[in-house]
Design a protein around this ligand. Sequence first.
Ligand code: SF4
Length: 467
Amino acid sequence: MFHSFVEDASDSLRHHCGVVGISSDQEIDIPELLFYGLFSLQHRGQESAGLAYHRQGRIKSYRSVGMVTSALSHYLTDEHPCRVGIGHVRYSTQGANKLANAQPIVVSCSKGEIALAHNGNISNSRELQKKLVDEGSIFQSTSDTELLLHLIARSRQPTFREALIECLGLIEGAYCFLLVHDEKLYAVRDPHGFRPLVVGVREGQVLVASETCALDMFQARDIREVAPGEMLTVQGTRIGSEMLPLPKPARRAHCIFELIYFARPDSTVYARSVHMARKRMGEMLARSDEVKADIVIAVPDSGNSAALGYSAASGTPLEQGLTRNHYMGRTFIQPTVAMRESGVRMKLHPIREAIFGKRVIVVDDSLVRGTTARQIVRLLREAGAREVHLRLSSPPIRYPCFYGIDIPTREELISNRLDPAGIAREIDADSVRFLSLDLLRECVTGPENYCHACFSGTYPVPVREAR
Ligand code: SF4
């Protein structure tokens, strides 16, 4: 899967967000550092970026639509010395690319000024929101993130911290929250641990982020996961840790798709190297496959690690059969039908000399609607491939996600309509094969601690909202 205006409009899964937070024992230009952290997390959200920081007794914020560089650069021409701040990158999931839904959200309420950035999806948001609206609350955005702020504002608990803990007890689903209140940084991960969240330190600073790649950028050390159900309270470089009180123990449910596709390959997620996990998925895929071919190629960049593993396990040479134009980026232009047709050609280019006359195994991470795959197969055939075998390093996607990932409706998912042979016919491939769920689970440690609902339909947290 890869991002372009064409694919994002048609055939990719979207992550909702990435978050980063920094606390310092001295006044430094925190917004500038947040910019670098967000830049490392750009793959987690490309439609808006924002930051909020505590300066001279107030919370200041800036949000804009677009990629991190275009959204934030001009704001950072001035210095903003302060001790604490949070940042956010986002995909808009409500269709429109609304600035109102960009984060961090900043409010002033009975508990003082609060800034909030969220990665995830609150699965009981509709019923909580309806109750609040019935009681007179006015929501400014359609994002479920605002809900937590309403709950905090209405809490009768005497302090912000106690109100936050009380309100976290009311919400269900997947969340990593970063908050700024009163020159403190709060970082919370839901008790199931759906989304990754890590913390690390460097001289004079504490850093929290969605992925380790953002901390590596700062050469942070002592990096560890924020534990599921853990809340950190950071002031300067002092880190306080407490576990959220739970009525009953929560089952771990790490999103397995973070390892398959969402996270950056150089990150460590759920204590596992993302690249090594993907490589292993490719190896497992090869071991359960009998097809004979001359070369293995990846759909760059999403299939790179799995293709490496497939090649190593099968003994079939790895070639670079496709190059990717990295300069395309996202745009908000609505493509015409003609441009939609040539969208993949703008993004991916076959290397004819590597492909011509060859039996080709092409490896990607997953298949959503199948529209992009069909165009890739056509590109390879036009470049002279004798056979094209598509291999996916994940099982067929058949169910929606209620924990923060935007998956098309069941009717749109190609694997709900067709078996692999039918998919091969539809996309004009010689064969299509998926990694089985059992083999995928062999690629992670503690498979019982993962969510795989989009493959299996087994939802680790009850879903109340029909889709
Ligand atoms: S349903 Fe799929 S995408 Fe959603 S959290 Fe579970 S594994 Fe991740």
